[in-house]
Design a binder for this molecule. Structure first.
Ligand SMILES: [Zn+2]
Length: 537
């Protein structure tokens, strides 16, 4: 047994109880109380003096792409340009280093996140790289140069994928919804298990002990099992399997075959579809049309009424929801835009007429633009909203350039989510790069917490300040509420007797520090299942 004394232990239980000390045995919380009382009750126990520091439950990132992030820096540090100028300078340097014909790719680089608020043009890329194929890839849209365009076989683009043309019928170099095809050309690397271990350790450093994966392959699930067997899995994982047409028949069998041995550490929970793209590339499916789609997103052939991409139709969604019900799994769909979220809610309502699914905890994934009507319908259906504050932190400042106020006003409405009482949890949507603050998207949960209580963006300004929430409520979306997303409320999410001992010790008090300091909080120790997985105290 080990006793952690002389701290401020925020249990985040129903009463938001705070204790001075707690005892851990066999990986579980055994007792909580006053330091003196626990020390005398368990006189044999090892003692760890917390020095007055604040302890909170291990943080749960409810949407992360941990494996993809591990892949992204398996070989070298990934460069994410912050402006078109920076990108072109880097490109000129890169083409001097690589042989002609070799691809130069900028992953997760979005027009709305570049200072100039646009993609580089075909002409700019051609001037910088005349002999190397180049892709500036924003996942749901990419900007290529001429050397890349000449390699394309447009008949092979996935459904919803297409090349944009200008008014005289010439290709502009912008490809929409073509990532699955394009990535076949990219010089890629499969990270392997060492990179997974490294990435999990990065999460531990920021207090994260559980991450719900946005997408896991069966190979990745099996690789994680090997790490578990070796004792090097330092993150609880909940998996999401993406639905591809051909798998549907045998999906249940595949999931059973890949089932990890310890469901507390690794388990398949969700199956998933994708309904639309993302608002950083003008492809999220919105109720109101985008503004400036030609100048910002290089979408020059859709006219003024363009509302984004809608790639998975309602009948397909309903079929997937029924499949999840049949297999006893949870269902979620990527729906970033307001209209995509509405389509998904409608599909749930349609299926709910014939099948009771109020206790299944299906989810709306992203749902970045929500109004009160959508939230109350989601609550009635027993759905969970999985939102990512990092998007508000990064992008609230750029939205006026591309959206009407009617959409901006319902961007990440934390206060409305809270008042509606809908199940919800916060996450990062971390995809690439391992630096917690410079990654896309930043997975540092203290940035997310800071944004939820202040509504401040990366420029320091507050956007929609009336939608801010209090510190306790914000933290619940990373702890107790996040645990319930995958039915883990009996296991993690609070520090109560019999729960697993997942917790993190902070360098300053989240509950009383100055608001602007929340984003600078750094854990000094993180414990998973009773074992230290990070320590710097
Ligand atoms: Zn995602």
């Amino acid at each position: 047994m080990k006793i952690y004394t002389n701290g401020k232990i925020h249990t985040m239980d129903e009463k938001l109880s705070v204790f001075q000390a707690f005892a851990v045995q066999d990986g579980k919380i055994a007792d909580l109380g006053e330091s003196r009382f626990l020390a005398s009750r368990y006189s044999e126990a090892e003692i760890c003096d917390l020095g007055g520091r604040t302890v909170i439950p291990g943080l749960i990132d409810s949407h992360a792409h941990t494996y993809m992030a591990a892949d992204s820096e398996a070989e070298r540090e990934l460069f994410i340009p912050l402006s078109v100028r920076e990108l072109l300078d880097d490109l000129k340097r890169r083409v001097r280093e690589v042989p002609p014909g070799e691809w130069v790719v900028y992953l997760n680089t979005y027009p709305l996140r570049l200072d100039e608020l646009r993609f580089p043009t075909l002409a700019e890329l051609d001037a910088a790289a005349p002999e190397n194929p180049v892709s500036v890839d924003g996942f749901y849209a990419a900007q290529l140069n001429t050397a890349a365009l000449t390699l394309m076989d447009y008949s092979k683009l996935p459904s919803g994928g297409r090349a944009v043309k200008n008014s005289s019928g010439k290709l502009t170099g912008t490809l929409l919804n073509s990532y699955p095809y394009l990535c076949g050309y990219y010089p890629g690397s499969r990270a392997g298990k060492d990179a997974y271990v490294k990435t999990m350790r990065c999460y531990n450093r920021y207090g994260i002990t559980t991450a719900i994966q946005g997408f896991s392959s069966f190979d990745e699930i099996r690789a994680t099992q090997e790490l578990y067997d070796k004792g090097t899995q330092t993150l609880r994982l909940r998996h999401t399997i993406k639905l591809f047409g051909e798998d549907r028949e045998s999906l249940g069998e595949h999931i059973k075959k890949a089932a990890p041995t310890d469901p507390a550490f690794s388990r398949v929970c969700f199956i998933k579809d994708t309904i639309d793209g993302g608002f950083l590339t003008g492809t999220a499916y919105m109720e109101y049309p985008y503004r400036n789609i030609d100048s910002v997103f290089s979408i020059t052939d859709c006219g003024d009424g363009f509302k984004g991409n809608y790639v998975t139709k309602s009948e397909q969604l309903a079929e997937s929801i029924r499949l999840a019900n049949k297999l006893g799994l949870q269902y979620c769909a990527h729906c970033v835009g307001s209209l995509a979220a509405k389509k998904l809610i409608e599909a749930y309502e349609f299926v709910a007429k014939a099948e009771d699914m109020s206790l299944r905890r299906h989810a709306l994934l992203h749902a970045d633009f929500l109004d009160y009507d959508m939230l109350s319908r989601a609550k009635k259906l027993g759905l969970t909203v999985l939102f990512q504050p990092a998007w508000h932190y990064m992008d609230a400042q750029s939205l006026p350039r591309v959206m009407l106020n009617a959409e901006i006003e319902r961007f990440m409405p934390y206060a409305d989510i809270l008042v509606s009482g809908v199940n919800a949890a916060a996450g990062s949507d971390h995809m690439v790069k391992l630096d917690a603050d410079k990654s896309v998207n930043p997975y540092n949960p203290f940035i997310g917490l800071y944004n939820m209580v202040s509504r401040r963006g990366r420029d320091g300004k507050a956007y929609g300040a009336d939608k801010a929430i209090d510190r306790e409520s914000a933290l619940l979306y990373y702890t107790r509420h996040a645990a319930s997303v995958c039915f883990d409320e009996g296991l993690i999410g609070t520090l109560e007797p019999e729960k697993r001992a997942d917790f993190t010790v902070l360098d300053r008090d989240y509950f009383s520090c100055a608001e602007h300091e929340i984003k600078d909080i750094l854990p000094v120790m993180t414990v998973l299942d009773g074992k230290e997985v990070y320590k710097n105290m």
